[in-house]
Design a protein around this ligand. Structure first.
Ligand code: ADP
Ligand code: MG
Length: 692
């Protein structure tokens, strides 16, 4: 025996041996500990298996029977249909599959099978379409009435083998699992002991037990993550190393005068929260979340001017050059009579211009720096940067920010995003930030009327409608998924090129139309944008380059071709380009697709203008990684927990984690193991301090 029983090799376990050990290796399982962490994907509740006469249409249920007939054949249109008949004692029940030729190979006569799904009655017989399958091996025969764990498998490794191995591991090892959380804590959160939890998950007696065991493992997972976030936040708040920025009534009045409108209540509140942060001397890390069009730029500029009025530098960063340009132009307009020394750090500067600009920034001769994040973060050295505003940066999670605030004085950081982030993600990805949400929109905004457009007849009506609106001097965006036409006849997508040609020559012949996309020359791109902004151009045919932040209040129509190809938050962002002025906005989603997820997305758009509702739907369809952008950035470092499924447990674990930190308990013997687990897992990833 090695010292740690959980590090023992699986090879010597009862029922394993060298051959099966190799198969388990394929699942990344080498030790007893690894094996215990091979958690069931789900469980099958055999006590819930129904007799056919008790089935109800459309409910999720299971039946059990033996295979009496297996049938597969071609039907019209090159499709394939497979059917398997089960003898369930009192009745026959059918399972059916479309276009899954291989499915028949999984069955053999007399085999014991469980179908799970939502059955329908067809011609007097119950039928499960594409049921979830469970094959009963001899050894499970005797287990009816129990709850069966279902493990991930690999070629050659059968379910009954894993179950058997797991049962012996549970018997021999589970009682050795040490408890690292104090009893009062477990009691307070109704958690079973860790050793019990592993038993409950691997050999549950009831569904209740399984859920209880699983909850403990999920709780631990989230508790560790939230403790790391809590440590990070406290660490930041311990360093009082940011500039104290005070504002006065005079400064406020001077800034407010620059804007031709009154702030909304949401904007006022956001500015007040930021002002409070800037006063403390602790580095602000605030996430400003507000739906598209809520007026975040105003808040950015306001905060920036506060920092500059206090005698320091501020930076305003955008994710794209187009957006940075727009911010720059707005700032030029707002500050046209001001002496604030400002600079636009664009990629278009010559090498010597750039060098001189960098020198001025480092010498403190410039007060406000605008540019893309890429350009500014690459090699700019600031003289005394007090505030960095990062626009449209929902991908800028806790792990990314951890490495930004180096140096003696930490800048205050304001991250702004129009991608509404579901609460569960806020607590994880942005769990160490303070969050401000703006719920109201500037006055006079109307909901954008959104329609799904299928077929050429509907499209024709839309073009007629658009012509009328353009004649009234409104403007339209037309968005396509591609730049150039592709040759693939199977998968014909609309491109900026082809659509531009078609509407210029036919559909909208009389109007001024320009294209814009990412591969165009920078100057041409700017020309298109400027011409559209000034109202000279009526229609802009574009790719998603217009997705983020573009603000042209007179544009009130957007057409999105092949809308099924776009993600939900992307569609919402695109729609956010219109309905910003006083004119009713219209969004037309062109799509003939009947893909289920795509239809769900389009439906969500038609149903709601509320970014928060839309993001919840998006999260449900796609999971966290995709909501936050690239998988890589969105991936949460979680083992067992899944979001948004486990949001409730997350809230409780977060409260618990922050409480142990606030009360100083985390530094005591009782929580020492928890703390070392947290540091092991997250110290590097989140740049946590080693101790204290
Ligand atoms: P966001 O970045 O949040 O999508 P913007 O900052 O681009 O929104 O603002 C959208 C539009 O609303 C802009 O044209 C801006 O001038 C205008 N706006 C912002 N705040 C107000 C306000 N309080 N009253 C009226 N219009 C406003
Ligand atoms: Mg914006």
């Amino acid at each position: 025996m090695t010292e740690n029983p959980f590090e023992e090799s699986i090879q010597y376990l009862q029922g394993v041996g060298p051959e099966r050990a190799q198969l388990l290796n394929k699942l990344d399982i080498y030790t007893v500990g690894d094996l215990l962490w091979l958690l069931p994907r789900t469980v099958l509740d055999l006590s819930q298996v129904k007799n056919p006469e008790d089935l109800e249409e459309g409910e999720l249920q299971s039946v059990r029977g033996s295979v009496v007939d297996i049938d597969g054949r071609k039907i019209s249109g090159g499709r394939f249909i497979a059917a398997v008949l089960l003898d369930c004692g009192t009745q026959f029940v059918k399972g059916s599959w479309f276009n899954q030729k291989w499915i028949t190979k999984k069955f053999f006569p007399n085999q014991q099978v469980i179908f799970s799904g939502k059955p329908k009655k067809k011609a007097g017989k119950w039928e499960f379409s594409h049921p979830h399958l469970q094959f009963l091996d001899e050894d499970t025969e005797s287990q009816i009435g129990e709850v069966l764990p279902i493990y991930p498998l690999t070629e050659g490794l059968k379910m009954y083998m894993i179950r058997k191995i797991m049962r012996s591991v549970v018997d021999q090892y589970v009682h050795l699992i040490p408890e690292h959380l104090p009893e009062f804590f477990l009691e307070q959160h109704s958690l079973p002991k860790l050793s019990d939890a592993f038993r409950m998950v691997h050999s549950p007696q009831t569904m209740d037990e399984y859920e209880k065991g699983k909850r403990r493992l999920i709780f631990d997972d989230l508790l560790e993550f939230q403790t790391a976030i809590g440590i990070r936040k406290r660490y930041r708040m311990r360093n009082k190393n940011s500039f104290v920025i005070e504002s006065t009534a005079k400064i406020d009045a001077r800034i407010q005068r620059l804007f031709p409108f009154e702030m909304t209540d949401g904007q006022k509140n956001a500015i007040n929260e930021i002002k409070k942060d800037l006063l403390t001397g602790f580095p602000m890390h605030r996430l400003l979340q507000a739906d598209v069009g809520a007026g975040k730029t105003v808040i950015a500029i306001y905060s920036i001017l506060l920092a500059i009025a206090a005698g320091h530098q501020a930076a305003f960063m955008a994710p794209t050059e187009v957006l940075a340009t727009q911010h720059w132009e707005l700032i030029e307009q707002i500050l046209s009579h001001s002496r604030v020394k400002r600079i636009f750090l664009t990629g278009a500067l010559t090498a010597s211009q750039r060098k001189e600009t960098l020198r001025q920034i480092a010498a403190g001769e410039v007060q406000l720096i605008v540019g893309t994040q890429a350009v500014i973060q690459k090699d700019v050295k600031f003289a005394d940067l007090a505030l960095a505003v990062i626009d449209e940066q929902h991908k800028f999670g806790v792990m990314q920010r951890a490495h930004l605030s180096a140096g003696k004085t930490a800048p205050h950081i304001l991250v702004m995003t129009a991608t509404p982030i579901p609460r569960s993600l806020c607590l994880t990805q942005f769990g160490d930030l303070d969050i401000t949400v703006i719920k109201d929109l500037p006055p006079g905004r109307q909901e954008v009327v959104t329609s799904r457009i299928t077929g050429s007849v509907e499209q024709k009506r839309v073009w007629k409608f658009i012509k009328e609106k353009l004649a009234e001097k409104r403007q339209a965006f037309i968005v396509c998924p591609r730049i150039e036409q592709n040759e693939d006849p199977e998968n014909k997508l609309h491109s900026v090129e082809s659509v531009f040609e078609e509407i210029s020559n036919h559909l909208l012949k009389k109007f001024r139309i320009l294209p814009i996309h990412g591969q165009m020359d920078k100057n041409l791109k700017e020309d298109s944008m400027n011409s559209f902004r000034s109202g000279e151009t009526d229609v802009l045919v574009s790719t998603t380059v217009i997705e983020v932040g573009i603000d042209i209040p007179n544009a009130n129509i957007i057409v999105i071709y092949d809308a099924h190809l776009f993600g939900l938050s992307q569609l919402h962002q695109l729609r956010g380009r219109i309905g910003r002025g006083n004119h009713q906005g219209y969004c037309f989603l062109f799509s003939d697709s009947d893909d289920l997820d795509a239809v769900k997305r389009i439906h969500a758009m038609v149903e709601s203008n509320d970014g928060f509702k839309i993001s919840e739907v998006d999260f449900e369809i796609r999971g966290p990684g995709d909501v936050l952008g690239t998988r890589q950035h969105g991936e949460l470092p979680l083992r067992v927990a899944e979001l948004p499924r486990d949001t409730e447990i997350l809230e409780e674990a977060r409260e618990a984690a922050f409480m142990t930190i606030r009360l100083g308990e985390l530094e005591t013997e009782e929580f020492a193991v928890l703390k070392s687990k947290v540091l092991n897992r997250f110290q590097k990833l989140m740049d946590l301090p080693g101790s204290g």
